[in-house]
Design a binder for this molecule. Structure first.
Ligand code: NAD
Length: 269
């Protein structure tokens, strides 16, 4: 049994944390060996199964990430940027594969992952689903095929608890569109128009965020030209797609050379 990788889930009580715990527990390719929550959380010291309102799973929620990581071969982390940076250093120390689903990281925070990636495998993606990663590839292709007569707009929708905008996925799609066009996203990005903005600038890539209810994640990439429109769309209806992708990444990373990877590597797209 020991060849089956042991996995730690951080942010255990979160929407994704709970989905990940269920996905790993249900899998016969991985073992749940630890779950981490932030200090002071009322799940600390409890059996995670009971904390989730079900049967005991024999794993106690801890606020000591290093102790948990030392028992594991991979850490799956969907938390918050500052927490993810701390976990990256500790996962590297424990030589664990660190799968990062956390979004909203600044460029500085992403750059700060580099030292950890010299010692361990990091797989980071703003969206871990197969469908979205395919959509990213399609977006790049369509943007490369069309000229600037086609205005590109990325429209995303998420539940009302989401704290960052545009979503990590919207940014992935925007990056793909910019890459397809051979431009830098930072030079053409136009976010959340409001007021007398003036006419749309040719070549810009626009972003719009809808927040409401329990929307899991919806993304449209619109290519609009005089007389015609193309819309590439992904609708997520179940968080399990992200958890399945994250587990796949944790298993894929075993035995890989230290470095930073994304889901395009994992899925071989
Ligand atoms: P959530 O708020 O429900 O959960 C976040 C959890 O992290 C909470 O339980 C919180 O207590 C915990 N946490 C925060 N700081 C911590 C720390 N220092 N130590 C341990 N735990 C800590 O949020 P969510 O909806 O589960 O999303 C979490 C993140 O994952 C967000 O950044 C979200 O955008 C991202 N996300 C990514 C994907 C993807 O496929 N990449 C998919 C869905 C969500």
């Amino acid at each position: 049994m020991t060849h089956i990788p042991g996995i730690v889930i951080t942010g255990a009580s979160g929407r994704m944390g709970q989905m990940l715990i269920k996905t790993v527990t249900d899998s016969d390719q991985a073992r749940l060996v630890g779950v981490v929550e932030r200090t002071g959380h009322d799940w600390i010291g409890r059996d995670v199964g009971e904390a989730m309102g079900g049967a005991p799973r024999g794993v106690t929620v801890t606020d000591d990430p290093l102790e948990a990581f030392a028992q594991a071969q991979a850490v799956i982390d969907f938390t918050a940027p500052e927490a993810t940076l701390e976990f990256a250093a500790l996962a590297a120390q424990a030589r664990c594969v660190h799968v990062i689903g956390t979004t909203g990281m600044t460029d500085e925070q992403i750059a700060a992952l580099e030292p950890a990636s010299r010692h361990a495998v990091i797989v980071r993606a703003g969206n871990m689903s197969l469908g979205v990663n395919l959509l990213v590839q399609l977006t790049k292709k369509v943007a490369a095929a069309l000229d600037e007569d086609f205005d590109i707009e990325v429209i995303e929708g998420h539940h009302h608890h989401k704290v960052d905008a545009p979503s990590g996925t919207a940014l992935m799609l925007g990056e793909a569109a910019a890459e397809g066009r051979g431009v830098k996203l930072a030079d053409v990005s136009d976010r959340g128009r409001d007021g007398i903005t003036g006419a749309r600038k040719r070549g810009d890539i626009g972003f719009h965020a809808i927040r409401g209810g329990d929307i899991v994640g919806e993304h449209d990439v619109l290519f609009a030209a005089p007389g015609e429109r193309i819309v590439l769309r992904h609708l997520a209806t179940d968080r399990a797609i992200f958890a399945r992708g994250a587990l796949k990444a944790a298993l894929w990373g075993q035995g890989k050379a230290p470095g930073q990877y994304d889901m395009v590597d994992v899925l071989g797209l």
